[in-house]
Design a protein around this ligand. Structure first.
Ligand code: KG4
Ligand code: ZN
Length: 336
């Protein structure tokens, strides 16, 4: 359908986001109310606080997204809403709101998988992009290697067995006395440090599967910091940050490239909040170039949680004939 307008809603974690997208690829408006300052004092996301915030501000975010797009409720053809994975209480706010909207406007409703949304953020940035492809999705909540064979056909080839990559950045940042969320602070410190200063473990790097594990690395960094303290050795924050970051990125890049090679895929996508990491972006880009693969990464506002990616994924699901019923429910974890 041409001129089709999807209103996307995303409330899976700590951002209340609403976006209007035309024909699945053109962003008309993209509004995000972030709760980061609220959660900062706790050093992480507090689920109940997140739910309450979504409830308080979702209406205003919808109004703003409509105003900025220049459209009215009458122009909307479809509602797409994240129904999982994520924090259930947070997801429920978006799902309930999306259902009510779709019912009142008499338009179709599509529940969207959050990871599918992250992957499809690239279709907004690169309107000509088409599957097959391999996506590395790295954020505070997920570390996934997803193969997209064609629209609607996804396969998770690898994922973290414990902490997500972003979660590791956040925990190490906290241990180093830096801020929350930790990624940008570690990234900044790492620019001044030596990535070879401390040899941290690269878990599962040589195994013949594509799963990740970051909790051992986290413990290794914490142990290193403790032993320095016990021995009264001064810790170089830039060196720890650089060595830790290098360990994470080495594994992410190695696994992604091996997976792409094994699967015969030549297009590699990066998405999720950790895609902001300068070393990861550069390393993956360089390695892709060396190995003759095409590298795609969206602008930052499309990498972190947003509703444009949800509208985009919901549009493609709709085109494939998928519809959600009024019994659509929030789910903490769901297969893709
Ligand atoms: O996608 P996102 O905004 O939210 C989730 O769905 O989790 O990702 C947030 C994560 C946080 O863990 C944050 O520390 C990380 O992305 N992050 C970074 C950088 N910027 C944000 N990690 C590494 N380097 C960065 N520059
Ligand atoms: Zn996310």
């Amino acid at each position: 359908p041409r001129g089709w307008i999807t209103l996307g809603i995303e409330t899976s974690c700590d951002e209340t986001a609403v976006s209007l997208v035309q024909d699945g690829r053109k962003v008309l408006s993209n509004v995000i109310a972030s709760q980061i300052p609220e959660h900062r004092k706790f050093g992480g996301v507090v689920p109940e606080v997140a739910s309450r915030h979504h409830l308080e501000c979702i209406h205003q975010v919808v109004e703003e997204a409509l105003t900025k797009s220049g459209k009215t409720l009458k122009d909307i053809h479809q509602i797409a809403v994240t129904y999982g994975p994520g924090l259930v209480g947070a997801l429920l706010v978006g799902v309930a709101y999306g259902k009510a909207m779709a019912y009142a406007l008499k338009v179709p409703l599509n529940g969207v998988h959050h990871i599918e949304g992250h992957l499809q953020a690239n279709f907004i940035q690169y309107p000509e992009l088409e599957p097959p492809l391999l996506a590395l999705i790295v954020s505070g909540g997920h570390t996934h290697l997803v193969k997209m064979e064609t629209y609607g056909h996804y396969e998770i080839l690898g994922k973290t067995r414990d902490d997500a990559a972003g979660e590791a950045f956040d925990k190490i940042s906290r241990a180093l006395g830096l801020g929350y969320p930790g990624g940008p602070f570690i990234d900044e410190q790492a620019q001044k440090g030596n990535p070879e200063a401390i040899l941290f473990p690269r878990a599962l790097m040589e195994e013949d599967h594509y799963d990740f594990s970051f909790s051992g690395l986290k413990s290794a960094v914490l142990n290193y910091l403790n032993s320095c303290r016990m021995k009264n050795i001064e810790v170089s924050i830039p060196d720890v940050a650089a060595s830790f970051q290098k360990a994470v990125v080495d594994v992410l890049v190695k696994k992604t490239m091996t997976c792409a090679e094994d699967q015969g895929l030549s297009q590699i996508l990066l998405s999720g909040g950790v895609a902001a990491n300068s070393l990861l972006r550069n390393s993956l880009q360089e390695t892709c170039k060396l190995q003759g693969k095409t590298f795609y990464v969206p602008e930052m506002y499309l990498c972190t949680d947003n509703a444009a990616m949800i509208a985009c994924a919901g549009y493609h699901d709709y085109c494939l004939g998928y519809r959600s019923g009024w019994d659509l429910n929030a789910k903490a974890s769901i297969p893709i």
